[in-house]
Design a protein around this ligand. Structure first.
Ligand SMILES: Cc1cc2nc3c(=O)[nH]c(=O)nc-3n(C[C@H](O)[C@H](O)[C@H](O)COP(=O)(O)OP(=O)(O)OC[C@H]3O[C@@H](n4cnc5c(N)ncnc54)[C@H](O)[C@@H]3O)c2cc1C
Length: 228
């Protein structure tokens, strides 16, 4: 499962598992230490215990498994992703140092969703009527920004200043380590239909990866979201 990479959005974005610490058994044995007990193999009884813990928000045993990932996502998604702080460590590429050609996410015409007058936040699931026109505006504006960035670099401007013209659609890359509990909180919030589609795509990728590695614990955490 380590180094499993799932592509997201236009296939430039991805979520890659670099290292995993723990399993469903780690959760069980963190809980069983209360009784000075330990399971050697995950049993049906252990499954019941995991579900009991999640149902009653006895959350600390789920802090022990740790997942280390490399993630590439557009800045407008990362702004939302980084709001989830408790239980995570992150380090991100710096455009003060890096001046390689930026990559931007440009949704295909069918993903340029129309505004929904009934929603304050969010969008319709259907594309806007004139999606091809909208796509051409996105492409032209992105290209103008890229040219401006390159012109500024060529004029001797420092990368940390030249980056000011780059759009929110630009991809950023970071490594992230989080506990199973932290990812469950993030995914429960960002898999909700009220969350933006692009962050839902990333939350779906992470959820699938963690479900395959922690099937019992992940299932229990998703069924019993923590609140507050
Ligand atoms: C659909 C959606 C729409 C959103 N819209 C907006 C928006 O319009 N504007 C905006 O600014 N944000 C918005 N957010 C972000 C939201 O307010 C949270 O910052 C984000 O969801 C992270 O939540 P978290 O519980 O994972 O936070 P974390 O910071 O990771 O905290 C985890 C938990 O620790 C506890 N905690 C953390 N900090 C404190 C504290 N200071 N005091 C007490 N307890 C604390 C809480 O129990 C919290 O749930 C939105 C989120 C979602 C899912």
């Amino acid at each position: 499962m380590s180094n499993t990479k799932v592509h997201v959005l236009d296939q430039t974005g991805y979520v890659e598992v670099l290292e995993v610490f723990g399993s469903d058994l780690t959760v069980v044995n963190a809980a069983r230490v209360s009784f000075a007990k330990e399971s050697q193999e995950f049993s049906e009884q252990d499954g019941k215990l995991v579900r009991y813990l999640a149902k009653h928000h006895h959350i600390s045993p789920f802090f022990h498994p740790q997942i280390h990932m490399r993630i590439k996502m557009p800045i407008f998604v990362a702004r939302e992703w980084f709001r989830h702080q408790i239980g995570f460590a992150r380090n991100e590429v710096s455009r003060r140092y890096v001046d390689s050609p930026p990559e931007c996410y440009i949704p295909a015409a069918h993903d340029i969703r129309a505004r929904d007058p009934k929603l304050k936040q969010g969008s319709k699931s259907e594309p806007v009527d004139n999606a091809d026109f909208a796509e051409s505006i996105l492409m032209d504006t992105t290209s103008t920004a890229m040219n401006a960035y390159n012109d500024l670099l060529k004029a001797g401007v420092a990368p940390e200043v030249a980056r000011m013209v780059l759009p929110q659609s630009m991809y950023t890359e970071f490594v992230e380590t989080g506990s199973l509990a932290a990812y469950a909180r993030l995914c429960n919030l960002r898999l909700d239909p009220t969350a933006q589609k692009e962050i839902r795509d990333y939350a779906n990728a992470v959820a699938a990866l963690l479900h395959s590695r922690f099937p019992v614990s992940w299932g229990a955490l998703v069924e019993n979201p923590t609140v507050g």
